[in-house]
Design a protein around this ligand. Sequence first.
Ligand SMILES: Cc1ncc(COP(=O)(O)O)c(C=O)c1O
Length: 395
Amino acid sequence: MAQTIFEKEDKLFFRTYKRLPIEIVKGEGCYLYDREGKRYIDFFGGLAVNALGYGHPRVKQAIQEQVDKYVHLSNFFVQEPQVNLAEKILSASGYQKLFFTNSGTEAIEGALKLARKWGKNNGKTHLFGLSNSFHGRTMGALSLTERAKYRDGYEPFLPNVSHLSYNDVGELRKNVNEQTIGIILEFIQGEGGIFVVSPEYAAELSELRTKYGFLIIADEIQSGLGRTGKFFGFEHFGVRPDIVVIAKPIGGGLPLGALLGNERVADVFSYGVHGTTFGGNPVACAAGLAVLEEIIDHGLMAQAGLVGDHLKSLFFKLQEKHRALVKEVRGFGCMLGVELTREGQPVVDELQRRGYLVNCTNVNVLRFLPPFTIGLDQCDQMVNELASILQSLQQ
Ligand SMILES: Cc1ncc(COP(=O)(O)O)c(C=O)c1O
């Protein structure tokens, strides 16, 4: 008998991904369709990549037009799609310079190198990450990442990197000093389960930066580019980081990331000290410009905020009704977490059976990362099903 695609996959690949037991064959708007023709409403959002859903006409057109011109040139050449996207990102964000990469983790590596070189120039030697963080899978990014799940077995990590407890103001005060190069953090932790920085922590971080002159490095790979209803997640906390790392939605589904820097780090890199073959691929950049125009100029950032307010109010109602099952509701916009008092996987499996794709992270957190274009009625439908699942668990 012919092998199923799942059997083939199991034979062919290193076992790094535990795939879902459905094969998606098409995406359209906020819907995904499996091989059997079943339709799902997508709250997975390609893990925060598909901000505009699937098959957005402007993104498709931008990709097609660029494919017809050139797909790759090399970074020896100046390329219009890169320049147009850089202009858009820097004017929207107020940062001074950027560097394009292929992925989030590669952008983190670039930020790490930028920070270390800046540290060398300024007599600073030590970097801090925070507990429960995730910054990517390459060795530099893993050195900054704290969660054991991602690190175990890959030791040793980079020297002069250590971790502080998330939102522990006292520990922060005790540990930073003139030797500190910087602190990298997710103002809203994604893989860690949608934990949010406290206003006190954010304020202290800013004050200590003024005192010691270190860099604040924001990992906005998951929370950035409008997902939380603001262009960057850190804008909810009144902090202005020195280096910002973005990826996920920026290429419209094609691999693209970037690091951005302010005037403090703008002149640290010089010719040849950093580079990439594929980073800033012109097709990905052309798609990225269409994505950003939709997010910034055509109201999708505000839409992400509205969706979030709506979903959050429904989740709070669920929490009120099922206090024994729903521990906490966290996040902003289209980046929300519902922490359960029990494992989330069975809930997510049942949602999937009913036609809703939701991710579970950190064992008991239901994570919602829908496209910003998701309809409020689609949110209502999903929450109704979730309510009925929780109801049956309560009995
Ligand atoms: C906050 C954060 N940082 C870094 C990464 C790594 O990005 P990539 O998988 O593109 O390397 C991710 C990916 O999930 C992320 O959510």
